[in-house]
Design a protein around this ligand. Structure first.
Ligand code: ZN
Length: 551
């Protein structure tokens, strides 16, 4: 890149920004002041990072409802302005789970824990550890298993234990109690994200401390009571939905997610091992939420009556587009009447020199090209970077999958992305105003276009490939709650497509690794190198299929 060419270009752009800044009218300045008010509230520490299902999310949803009401919208959720939905967080060990040895009540987590594939059941028996008798719990020292597989990078200890449990159950064991006398770490824990099918008997791990305190003598008889109670862990997220009904046959959906990372509890912070730090998410995505509120005001005041308008602030986007997926599966208007969807995610960091706005979904309707050709340097200071794909890492993807034309607006990544430093004082408010004006003009220009035609586009690769040397080329469905990884989409000419996988398939095994969750899938992938091949097992409807893949 030529430095000289760059500096000349930015000089010219600075000049053009100067003239545009002078042209701001009183009403425009009011929009900018409103944006500052919305974002400084939504990104305040008081809202604790607006994590879906928390009090911070509730405060934000109340603010957005109030602003929608002030803008003159009508509530269009399932519960007034709100549309509550359940977020599956995996599973948890319920407190009634117990392990009693000779009347000593062991402490959950410090002394013992069940493995996630344990069925919920109770066992009560007199046991001698050294004897494997029928109808009593059996004991297994993990020592041999760990030593035998010390050099095996593909060793999956949980799968090996499960296999043992199945064998022991067939020989009469009613539970499997694990302990580890070797110096090799087993790294076992209760993994609530694990969704493998249950083993026939409960498998409970005893810590070295519990072994030393309560089971010293291999030949003594012990009274043992085990109860396993594992339940679903859920929390409730809330979309906020307002409607502008013009009595038109079709409706334009405008959306932006308002949730963010909270304190990073869901493991989606870019700061490793972050604790007690609020991720305010000013750009991601208080900026889009503020734009949504301002567009509601501007569109309510406009003369464009050929469409109705539905404004949705989505929750749980950060967990895998959960809010928008829930809405498209449980819409509060007839989805067949949706004309198109506009998504704003991170629109607050316009670069003042380049003024580049990324526009995704450009290929989802032939009309987008026509409408954008109407923008000139006289009508907007923005320059556009077009991406034709209807999919991407935000909520428009959910609408594209329902064959609805979409546009996705985004001012670009920055070093504060998913960090506690994404704060309101770093927002380019005037830049965001230009984005809002552009969208308002676009909506106005579409008023006479009637119903927009939909076109399918290529899929965007959204796997975080940096951590892996190989990928399958699928988009996992992060909201899937069954066992395995459900495929949401398959990229062209990638290993998964070549192996014949399709959207809707549920991947259950990759090579020697059984796969129960997206996390497990990621772990399995990290064990392969480019050029290697393996087999993938997956379910399609009721069929179990197998194919070979080459990375
Ligand atoms: Zn985000």
């Amino acid at each position: 890149m030529l430095t000289r060419a760059l500096s000349v270009a930015s000089l010219l752009l600075i000049v053009s920004q100067g003239t545009n800044a002078q042209r701001l009218k009183k009403a425009d300045k009011a929009v900018i002041a409103n944006l500052e008010a919305h974002i400084s509230y939504l990104a305040d520490d008081k809202l604790e990072g607006r994590r879906a299902g928390t009090n911070g999310e509730k405060l934000a949803s109340e603010y957005i409802s109030k602003q929608f009401e002030l803008a003159g919208l009508n509530p269009k959720g399932s519960d007034k302005w709100l549309q509550p939905f359940e977020i599956n967080e995996g599973r948890q060990v319920n407190p009634s789970t117990l392990f009693i040895i000779n009347d000593h009540d062991l402490k959950l987590n410090t002394d013992f824990f069940p493995l996630a594939f344990s069925p919920n059941t109770s066992v009560d028996a007199a046991v001698t550890m050294a004897l494997a008798e029928k109808d009593v719990p059996w004991f297994l020292d993990l020592k041999n298993m760990l030593e035998d597989n010390k050099e095996n990078p593909h060793f999956d200890i949980e799968a090996a234990i499960k296999e043992k449990a199945i064998k022991m159950a067939s020989k009469g064991a009613t539970a499997l109690v694990l302990y580890n006398t070797s110096s090799i770490k087993d790294n076992l824990k209760f993994n609530g994200k694990d969704r493998v099918a249950a083993a026939p008997i409960p498998v409970v791990y005893l810590t070295p401390k519990a072994m030393k305190d309560h089971l010293k003598d291999e030949s003594a008889s012990y009274d043992i009571k085990i109860r396993v109670d594992i339940g679903n862990k859920t929390r409730t997220g809330h979309n906020v939905i307002g409607y502008l009904d013009n009595g038109a046959p079709q409706t334009i959906v405008l959306g932006a997610h308002f949730d963010h990372l909270g304190y990073g509890e869901d493991g989606n912070s870019m700061v490793p091992n972050v604790k007690n730090q609020i991720h305010n998410g000013a750009d991601d995505n208080a900026s889009g939420t503020a734009a949504l509120i301002e567009l509601a005001r501007l569109i309510k005041a406009s003369k464009n009556k050929n469409n109705n308008y539905l404004f949705i602030a989505f929750s749980a986007e950060e967990l895998g587009l959960n809010g928008s997926k829930y809405f498209t599966q449980n819409p509060t208007i007839d989805l067949k009447t949706v004309n198109y969807m506009i998504n704003m995610d991170m629109v607050g960091r316009l670069n003042d020199s380049s003024k580049v706005l990324t526009v995704g979904g450009y290929g989802t309707s032939p009309v987008w090209g026509e409408l954008f050709s109407g923008f000139t340097s006289k009508t907007t200071p923005l320059t556009f970077k077009f991406d034709s794909s209807g999919t991407g890492p935000s909520d428009h993807t959910s609408f594209y999958r329902m064959d609805i034309p979409v546009l996705f607006f985004f001012t670009g990544l920055h070093t504060d992305y998913h960090k506690p430093s994404d704060d309101f004082n770093k927002i380019n408010y005037t830049g965001e105003f230009y984005v809002i004006k552009l969208i308002e003009n676009l909506v106005t220009a579409s008023n006479l276009k009637g119903r927009l035609a939909f076109t399918k586009t290529r899929e965007t690769q959204t796997t975080t490939s940096a951590r892996f040397s190989v990928t399958l080329g699928i988009m996992p469905d992060y909201s899937f709650s069954g066992s395995g990884v459900r495929v949401d989409g398959v990229s062209d000419n990638r290993p998964a497509q070549k192996a014949g996988l399709k959207a809707g398939d549920v991947i259950t095994q990759l090579g020697a690794h059984s796969i129960s969750s997206v996390e497990g899938y990621m772990q399995a992938l990290s064990k392969f190198k480019k050029g290697e091949s393996t087999t993938v097992k997956f379910n399609r409807g009721k069929e179990s299929l197998e194919a070979s893949v080459q990375f």
